[in-house]
Write a protein that binds this ligand. Structure first.
Ligand SMILES: [Zn+2]
Length: 474
């Protein structure tokens, strides 16, 4: 163990007491035990936790009391998760309109942590975490460290559009994280070979074992490493989050670093799932919360079908989230053989990204991100970055940051491939640009649609999709 690990181990119990009012290690051990539970045991534990929090919401939280009455839901009789399906999802619009009614009556708000999701729509959505929920959040993140093979004190370098870690308002926490926990940040606010070159150099100087970041940022770095033939041998864990990790990005990480990346999924408000060392889907944190995948009517969808991700917190009694809609789509993996990693928690096969990321053609086709990334994934040596932008019904602007290998043939190929699912009725306008604008959360979005009633309404710039190596502020 290095000096940072030693200092971390020696000081963290006190830091935890100060931040969460309790130690995190015991919670982590509880989670570890639950990871091995069989599905029946996990389910009955979840039903108990759900009943407890739902009864609490009915008695003490005005928003839910009203909502439960409206749909005739009686939490005291709750004994099966399917009964929850009558309760409408909690949307970001609900929260913006009723945030104050989501506080439980008669509970102290001392120590509560406030955060925000959303942003590019100009309307951030607040959320609040009780100290108890924040403690379990932290415990889940530290279990992720174990799963990924990250040791206390290992240097973690974050490469992404924004530097959350420098944003911390509490200088003490910042100090703990940058020094004791050995976290460093490399912002990637724009695309340039020079910046990537300097980061390859910095990573080697830092001898960082863990690289964390948005797939699009890691992709740029990996691609530059391959182009220049340079390596970063110290990196043994690549941890991506915030955006869907695409197949070609995985391949680039494998080629550049010689390792398989770990994909994480969750939001600043709650971590949801992460890939284990088997790299066959993402284990969902059902041992700390209740995660559903539902259809348009709020009913569970079976494995293999895509649905919206809803989450219910168990320990946030001060400001509970019940069936909170993250604005993302995911798909359960069918029950099969136990995961080779030994963890028995259910898995997502895929995260399909934000439900708002969609284009609509004049003949009514709705195009999601998956089709588009397939087209560009195969020509990533010719297109550095891209975005499909739509602000009128009959045209889509194809914004491209070309590499030197880009030719007119590339453009013809893109147009022909896009037409296969966009059809012939929409006008395609190609535009070469120097960069793709970042969202406030520091992401480059692949699809942007500003048409009324279609658009990228839910949390366009939301940090949803993130399981951070540390909790961002709240
Ligand atoms: Zn596993």
């Amino acid at each position: 163990m290095n000096i940072h690990g030693f200092v971390f181990d020696a000081t963290i119990p006190f830091v935890d007491l100060w931040r969460f009012g309790k130690r995190i290690d015991p919670l982590k051990r509880v989670l570890e035990e639950r990871e091995g539970w069989d599905p029946e045991r996990l389910r009955s534990w979840q039903v108990e936790r759900l009943r407890d929090i739902l009864v609490h919401c009915d008695r003490h939280v005005p928003f839910y009391r009203r909502r439960f009455r409206e749909v005739g839901f009686d939490p005291s009789r709750f004994d099966d998760p399917s009964q929850l399906e009558v309760v409408p999802a909690l949307t970001k619009d609900d929260i913006r309109a009723h945030a104050h009614e989501l506080f439980a009556e008669g509970l102290s708000r001392r120590g509560i942590k406030r955060g925000n999701t959303g942003g590019s729509t100009g309307v951030p959505t607040p959320f609040f975490l009780s100290r108890e929920e924040a403690a379990w959040f932290e415990a889940v993140v530290r279990r992720c460290y174990d799963w990924l093979g990250i040791r206390p004190g290992d240097r973690i370098v974050k490469i992404a559009g924004l530097t959350y870690w420098k944003d911390w308002r509490l200088p003490f926490i910042q100090f703990v994280n940058t020094y004791f926990r050995n976290l460093r940040s490399l912002p990637a606010p724009y695309l340039s070979d020079d910046l990537m070159d300097s980061y390859i150099l910095t990573l080697n100087q830092m001898r960082a074992p863990v690289l964390y970041g948005y797939p699009s940022a890691i992709e740029l770095l990996a691609r530059r490493m391959i182009e220049t033939g340079r390596k970063v041998p110290s990196v043994r864990v690549v941890w991506t989050s915030s955006e869907t990790l695409l197949d070609h990005q995985r391949a680039l990480v494998r080629e550049a670093f010689g390792i398989e990346p770990f994909d994480g999924y969750g939001g600043a408000e709650t971590p949801i799932a992460i890939e284990c060392r088997a790299h066959q889907g993402l284990h969902v944190f059902q041992h700390a919360k209740y995660v559903e995948v539902v259809d348009e009517r709020g009913r569970a969808v079976p494995p293999g079908r895509t649905g919206r991700v809803l989450v219910t917190q168990f320990f946030n009694r001060v400001w509970p989230m019940v069936r909170y809609d993250l604005g993302d789509l995911a798909e359960w993996m069918p029950d099969g053989d136990p995961c080779p990693c030994g963890v028995r928690l259910p898995k997502f096969r895929r995260i399909h990204g934000r439900t708002g990321d969609i284009l609509v053609t004049p003949d009514g086709r709705r195009v999601t991100i998956a089709n588009v990334t397939l087209v560009f994934g195969s020509i990533h040596d010719q297109v550095r970055a891209y975005q499909l932008y739509q602000d009128r019904p009959d045209a889509i602007e194809v914004r491209i940051v070309p590499t030197r290998s880009f030719t007119t043939a590339t453009e013809t190929h893109i147009e022909r491939s896009l037409r296969r699912f966009l059809g012939d009725e929409v006008h395609l306008v190609f535009r070469h640009v120097d960069d793709i604008e970042l969202t406030p959360a520091g992401k480059r979005r692949i699809l942007v649609c500003t048409l009324p009633g279609v658009g990228s309404r839910p949390s366009a710039g939301s940090p949803s999709g993130r399981v951070e190596p540390v909790q961002e502020k709240p």
